[in-house]
Write a protein that binds this ligand. Structure first.
Ligand code: AMP
Ligand code: MG
Length: 341
């Protein structure tokens, strides 16, 4: 692996060129986006896209998001009528942390495995300067899921990518922490009203302002994921630490701590700063202040990964109100805490 430190706001051209060359050669490049790190390949190159699935150990029926850097690229891969319909909205929200699942343009060059053979395609224009520079310099759309092994929490810093992929990735662009720390919001615009497939940093409240109404299913909230395979990929386990994680309301944490101790298990809390200081004396990974839910979002995946490195036997996480980005936080926490296998 070639590890390249790059300025997150003013990416150095010669460094981006090295990564773009790897993309064009059909190799894998891990790169920062404003949401999480992505594991990218030339979206037009079937062999290159297959390497992503292999490196992540990702089931072949779980399609990837195609990252673009211009509206022209959007029209290259999305059905023309559908693209025209959503063009104004796309121009308003992009670049940004929102992915559209749209009808795929017939005969477009996207590799079959990138969309898992579906007639729809998930597209996003990321807002991170490094991601945009890489896509522009590569000259092709980049297929990229989150840069983590399948089922594991997503990577929010280059160290996370390095730990899990080392020699499986050709280039890693290290631009420090990502900005949001949670994956993009996914909305299916082939349905009417549009349906939220995955909550993210672009909130439901904002979506409703744009679309009037949208459908938010239980699956999108992280509930009943096994029974409601609304989108491919939603049926799979996600964000799971190796250690067990219990999710409970704040007023149940004291009991959860006692229960763990009674079983001879050492607990550690994954909670807000406020809750951590309330349980002085119990080990805790503090996620940030409840006054700033974006801080909690940003620290969440790192906390889930750190849980496995502590000497605790069980994590106890608190619930948060499902407003704004809180809906996405709860979606990830529910999945991370769901009963194993
Ligand atoms: P990741 O970037 O690892 O979070 O994975 C991409 C997400 O996008 C997965 O949850 C996929 O299920 C979803 N996705 C990608 N393409 C489609 C599609 N055509 N229809 C529905 N969901 C999709
Ligand atoms: Mg992922």
């Amino acid at each position: 692996m070639i590890l390249i430190k790059v300025n997150p706001f003013y990416p150095e051209e010669e460094k981006i060129k090295v990564a773009a060359k790897a993309i064009r050669s059909g190799n894998l490049v891990a790169f920062p986006t404003e949401t999480v790190y992505g594991l990218g390949a030339d979206a037009f190159n079937e062999n290159a896209v297959r390497k992503i699935f292999e490196a992540k150990n990702r089931p072949a029926d779980n399609p990837l998001i195609i990252h673009i850097a211009s509206i022209e690229q959007f029209f290259e891969i999305v059905d023309t009528e559908q693209a025209k319909e959503i063009e104004n909205v796309a121009n308003k929200v992009w670049p940004g942390p929102i992915t559209f699942v749209a009808k795929k343009k017939e005969g477009c060059k996207i590799a079959r495995s990138a969309t898992a053979g579906l007639s729809t395609v998930a597209v996003r224009m990321p807002a991170h300067p490094v991601a945009l520079a890489l896509i522009r310099q590569s000259g092709v759309p980049i297929a990229a899921p989150s840069a983590n092994l399948a089922t594991k929490p997503s990577a929010t810093k280059a160290e996370h990518v390095f730990e899990e992929f080392k020699d499986k990735v050709d280039v890693l662009l290290d631009a420090g922490n990502t900005f949001y720390g949670l994956e993009s919001t996914i909305i299916d615009i082939t349905r009417n009203p549009p349906a939220l497939l995955r909550p993210g940093p672009f909130t439901v409240e904002e979506l409703e302002r744009i679309f009037g109404s949208i459908e938010v299913s239980e699956g999108a909230r992280g509930l009943k994921t096994a029974d409601v395979p609304i989108a491919p990929g939603m049926k799979y386990r996600h964000y799971a630490p190796d250690k067990p994680l219990v999710l409970c309301d704040k007023d149940k944490i004291a009991k959860a701590i006692d229960d763990a101790k009674n079983k001879g298990l050492k607990p550690i809390l994954l909670v807000s700063n406020e809750t951590a200081s309330h349980f002085n004396g119990v080990d805790a990974i503090a996620l940030g202040s409840e006054q700033n839910m974006y801080e909690i979002a940003k620290n969440l995946f790192d906390a889930l990964k750190r849980l496995d490195k502590t000497d605790a036997d069980i994590g106890i996480a608190q619930t948060f109100p499902e407003r704004g980005i809180g809906l996405a936080i709860m979606n990830r926490l529910r999945k991370a805490a769901s009963v194993k296998d």
